[in-house]
Design a protein around this ligand. Structure first.
Ligand SMILES: [Zn+2]
Length: 472
């Protein structure tokens, strides 16, 4: 397979020029200004396009619990090649990927949910160890503490981080405990609970919604807490919409985040208040239509929410544009991004906009093409230790996203040399699970394609800041 005439942007290999790229057996075979077309089975003429290492979205949702399997196609459409499901259950991914996977690579984390998959908010060390072990055995690469949605006590949170680090399981944290919340106080508490351990902080942007101080002051504090600290990796997304649960019990929304959003919009913290927020369009209901999820507001949205017995994902326009922008573009004195990567927290939640928003940031002059690749592919590949991804040197995985800068969109997605998307049409089938050695047995049994990698290589456990990229 030969890609001709596109501009290749590959910061790891210091390439930003028009060049030909040859792919053989799923790997990059040659990168050269002029590759001759003899012996080539397929030639793609891509003049005017930009070729980048396949987009890796490090935080999405694809399970029946959050997001939904519609997310595979929704991601494939916009040029994502690899993604990490950030809540699980991993069994859902294994069950749906062969049917709906759209040709993507997926890794997954399992979230701890007191009362659902663990006994309580303060489980014993033994129970936490068992949870981590069984998650890895099921094919997940680690776990997530969902403090904002399913908080643990501060003690249990600290214990969980410590045990996951000891076992070298991937560990992500949506901050908040039974004592704090999904905000600046939760973030400060998280830093104090960490001690010397490593953590992946989910969606930095979401802790700066002005619940404690002015949003920009909140962000400044968070930046100063993560700057020059080893063992912290993070992402942020670029959508104004968040995602939470609309479920109400006894006429009250269950989730604190849902209540906070209602408070921000000036609505009563009740089922009635949420109903009114949906009618007004401040809240939108996520509904599946033609194999994809869409946002509905007004009477239609409210009806869908009530029909589902209020148990739907709700999206509020609560993210502050300045915060989204700064999380995306801000660099430290050494020219390194403070927030490591772009994510979307999307998948089945309709906000898969890494390419759309990323290319807008380039047009605005806020980031360079190299920066875009660093945040959308290279750093995510380092986060998880996927050494053959995030760049396109000879021998690397032929995971490629082709971008059309004129139309601000991805026009082709390629996973290991297989075309999975052309012009927004997803033609990829099945998918591949990226897992650790411990997950191999389960995934093999399920007859799902997989690839094994080693978490020793991930930035979390290999994270002196030198591994980070100086973008100067
Ligand atoms: Zn999420």
């Amino acid at each position: 397979m030969l890609f001709k005439g596109a501009r290749l942007v590959d910061p790891k290999n210091k390439i930003n020029k028009i060049t030909d790229i040859a792919v053989k057996s799923g790997k990059i075979a040659k990168v050269n200004e002029e590759i001759n077309t003899n012996y080539v089975s397929k030639v793609f003429n891509l003049s005017g396009k930009v070729v980048v290492p396949g987009i890796i979205d490090p935080h999405v949702h694809l399970s029946s619990w959050i997001g939904g399997s519609e997310g595979y196609k929704m991601m494939g459409k916009v040029g994502v090649i690899t993604a990490v499901d950030f809540a699980g259950p991993i069994d859902d991914i294994i069950n749906t990927i062969n049917k709906e996977g759209s040709g993507l690579n997926i890794a997954g984390l399992d979230a701890l949910r007191p009362g659902i998959n663990i006994s309580k908010e303060n489980p014993s060390s033994k129970e936490i160890e068992q949870f981590i072990g069984s998650s890895l055995d099921k094919g997940a690469i680690g776990i997530k503490i969902m403090g904002g949605h399913y908080p643990l006590t501060p003690e249990a949170t600290a214990k969980t981080i410590k045990i996951a680090n000891k076992k070298m399981a991937y560990i992500a944290f949506h901050v908040g405990t039974t004592k704090t919340g999904s905000n600046l106080s939760g973030f400060k508490e998280a830093i104090s609970l960490l001690e010397e351990h490593s953590i992946h902080f989910a969606h930095i942007n979401s802790y700066c919604r002005g619940l404690i101080k002015e949003p920009l002051k909140e962000l400044k504090e968070i930046f100063s807490l993560i700057q020059n600290r080893n063992g912290i990796v993070s992402e942020s997304y670029l959508s104004r919409n968040n995602g939470s649960s609309g479920k109400c019990t006894n006429e009250i929304p269950e989730m604190d985040i849902t209540k906070n959003c209602l408070r921000m919009g000036g609505y009563p913290l009740t089922k009635r208040g949420l109903y009114q927020a949906i009618i007004d369009g401040f809240a939108e209901v996520i509904v599946s239509a033609n194999g994809e999820n869409v946002l509905l507001k007004g009477i239609k949205g409210a009806q869908c929410w009530l029909d589902a017995g209020t148990d739907t994902i709700i999206s509020f326009k609560v993210n502050i544009p300045e915060i989204l922008f700064l999380c995306a573009v801000h660099k430290d004195f050494n020219n390194r991004f403070l927030v490591d990567a772009f994510c979307t927290d999307g998948g089945g939640i309709p906000r898969n906009m890494i390419v759309e928003k990323g290319l807008q940031l380039i047009k605005l002059g806020a980031i360079t093409w190299e920066d875009f690749v660093i945040k959308s592919s290279l750093m995510p590949s380092k986060m998880f230790g996927w050494l053959n991804k995030g760049h396109l040197a000879v021998g690397a995985d032929a995971d490629i996203t082709v971008l059309d800068p004129e139309r601000n969109m991805a026009v082709m997605g390629i996973n290991k040399g297989k075309v999975i998307m052309i012009e927004g049409m997803v033609i990829g089938e099945k998918g591949r699970i990226l897992t650790t050695e411990r997950g191999e047995k389960k995934i093999k049994e399920a007859n799902v394609d997989y690839e094994i990698f080693n978490l020793n290589d991930c930035l979390l456990y290999n994270s002196d800041k030198n591994v980070r990229i100086n973008t100067k």
